[in-house]
Write a protein that binds this ligand. Structure first.
Ligand code: NAD
Length: 529
């Protein structure tokens, strides 16, 4: 029997699978069939059908559901953190702080602020020609929001984006990373238990092709978090049908340690910032620039602190650094290290796999004598590597920080906050922290997002919520019986009167303005009430 093309295509989809694996042990946690194209389209259709009723509840009742979600998440915090550690490898404490806490607080922000931020907003008019009209900004949900998320923060990234989308009245179809579907299912269970109807939040499990199919459905907005390469592919697909997108992409975040910085504090920050989540954070310290006067002391402090880190299974409470997610990430790290060593970098600590611990463990690594010719200073390494380079002048440090295709975040370390904040303004990045790293992601009020290749749009905070709504401007004329002065009836008089009207508002001298007002007043008399 011949199988038709559609059937062949369908069979191919049915055969595609994703496998969830514990990166610390290699244990297979569960296998999933990828959602087929028709499953994905059906999920979007159900989401669309459910959206009107969800939006119709109003912001206050949706906020009540969020409050219930927050309560349930708090109750189940240990289970959720353990599920994250099992599937993504990070230490349990990190799962609790950088994932569960971030989501609890994002819910707190929306519970406190979403109603106010989603309210209609009056738009006062300055132009005298439009004074008789009243304007309002109305925020309307897009409809169905597609979310595509990565594996490195498998809970906090999709959850924070989902909460904002839902509270604004959208329904959501989430395509989680193929490496971490189980954590996404935990999120789904919590949302449904909190009272989010099942068609209002749905998950389609699958790989890159599943994500691509979601982009090609009739979703009304897409929030994508992932690599620059995938982000660019998505931007092209989205452009075809002018699908609005938020793209949260990769980073190569610089850390600038100025000559007056506290070396002990800054070196601890560098070590944590480079190795938290085994260096697999979009906001990781990926490049460190240290004033030459501190360079050697700073390096020694980093080496000493790095040597003390305990690498292991994230479920062990003693573990500081867990495994990397996948063999392919380790290969990227190795290739950056090889390139750096070949070009003269020195490995001060680390620089190898820890095969005795399992397939995915890599030693936290500190590199000295690096340059901008090396891949480790230009491409996203996304692993536990801290390359440190010396600089002489603040301007040089800023130039080096800006010498990158990326622009997600950066940090400046100094005892002088004014100096730090001045430099922060010179660095091209979505966020610059003075005397801290990474924690901006956990500040629920702060917008998160990048410039240059690090993406477009924002998540989190007020601006993240604004991404989930269409702005509609409603203009309402207070004098419905008056014809507009700018309508037909042109002629010499009209020209004179309009000239007067412009003078009345914009001429420099008072007397010229007064004469303009006299000429303009005739125009009002010419329009019948
Ligand atoms: P990735 O781009 O490989 O995958 C991200 C998601 O996109 C996954 O769900 C994947 O299945 C899906 N996908 C892959 N190809 C697709 C396609 N053609 N169409 C639609 N979807 C597709 O990224 P990753 O390896 O999962 O995550 C790591 C990257 O994410 C790093 O570059 C990191 O910096 C970045 N990241 C950025 C942020 C941020 O907020 N800016 C946060 C976390 C991670």
């Amino acid at each position: 029997m011949e199988i038709g093309l559609d059937q062949q295509q369908e069979d191919k989809e049915i055969r595609r699978k994703v496998v969830s694996v514990n990166p610390a042990t290699g244990e297979i946690l569960r296998e999933f069939q990828c959602a087929s194209d028709s499953d994905i389209r059906a999920a979007v259709a159900r989401a669309r059908a459910a959206q009107g009723a969800w939006n119709g509840l109003g912001a206050r009742r949706r906020i009540a559901v969020l409050r219930e979600f927050q309560r349930k998440l708090h109750e189940k915090k240990s289970d959720i953190a353990a599920a994250i550690t099992r599937e993504a490898g990070k230490p349990y404490a990190e799962a609790l702080v950088t994932e569960v806490l971030v989501v609890l607080d994002a819910a707190r922000f929306l519970i406190d602020s979403a109603h106010r931020l989603l309210c209609d907003e009056p738009v006062p008019h300055g132009n005298l020609a439009t004074k008789l009209k009243s304007g309002q900004l109305v925020r309307e949900p897009y409809g169905v929001v597609g979310i595509i998320s990565p594996w490195n923060y498998p809970f906090s990234i999709p959850a924070t984006e989902t909460l904002a989308a839902l509270v604004a009245g959208n329904t959501v179809v989430l395509k989680p990373s193929e490496l971490t579907p189980l954590v996404a299912l935990e999120l789904q269970a919590l949302l449904h238990a909190a009272g989010v109807p099942k068609d209002v939040f749905q998950i389609v499990v699958g790989d890159g092709a599943t994500g691509s199919e979601l982009v090609h459905t009739s979703i009304d907005k897409l929030v994508f978090t992932g690599s620059v390469a995938t982000g660019k592919r998505i931007a092209v697909a989205a452009a075809e049908r002018l699908l609005p997108v938020v793209l949260e992409l990769g980073g190569k975040d610089p850390m600038l340690v100025l000559d007056d910085a506290d070396v002990d504090v800054a070196s601890s920050a560098a070590v944590w910032g480079a190795f938290v989540n085994a260096g697999q954070a979009c906001l990781s310290v990926e490049r460190c620039y240290v004033h030459r006067s501190l360079y050697q002391t700073f390096l020694s402090a980093c080496v000493e602190k790095t040597k003390k880190l305990r690498v292991g299974n994230g479920m062990d409470p003693q573990t500081d650094v867990g495994p990397m997610i996948h063999e392919r990430q380790l290969r990227i790290v190795e290739s950056h290290l090889e390139d750096a060593k070949a070009r003269g970098a020195r490995v001060l600590v680390g620089g190898s796999r820890m095969k005795e611990m399992g397939a995915n463990f890599y030693t936290p690594t500190v590199l000295a004598d690096v340059t901008h010719e090396m891949r480790v200073m230009r491409e996203e390494t996304f692993g536990p590597v801290l390359p440190v380079m010396a600089f002489d002048e603040d301007d040089e440090a800023v130039r080096l920080a800006n010498d990158s295709e990326y622009g997600l975040a950066a940090s400046v370390w100094t005892r002088d906050r004014v100096r730090g904040e001045r430099l922060a303004r010179c660095i091209r990045a979505g966020t610059v922290m003075v005397n801290d790293v990474i924690s901006c992601f956990g500040i629920s009020e702060a917008p998160h997002g990048g410039v240059k290749a690090s993406g477009v749009g924002r998540t989190h905070g007020r601006f993240g919520l604004e991404e989930m709504v269409r702005l509609k401007y409603v203009d309402s004329d207070r004098v419905p019986r008056m014809k507009k002065v700018w309508w037909y009836g042109y002629g010499e008089n009209f020209r004179r009167q309009m000239n007067g009207f412009l003078d009345m508002q914009f001429a420099r001298g008072l007397s010229q303005r007064f004469r303009g007002a006299v000429r303009a007043s005739a125009v009002l008399r010419s329009k019948k009430l």
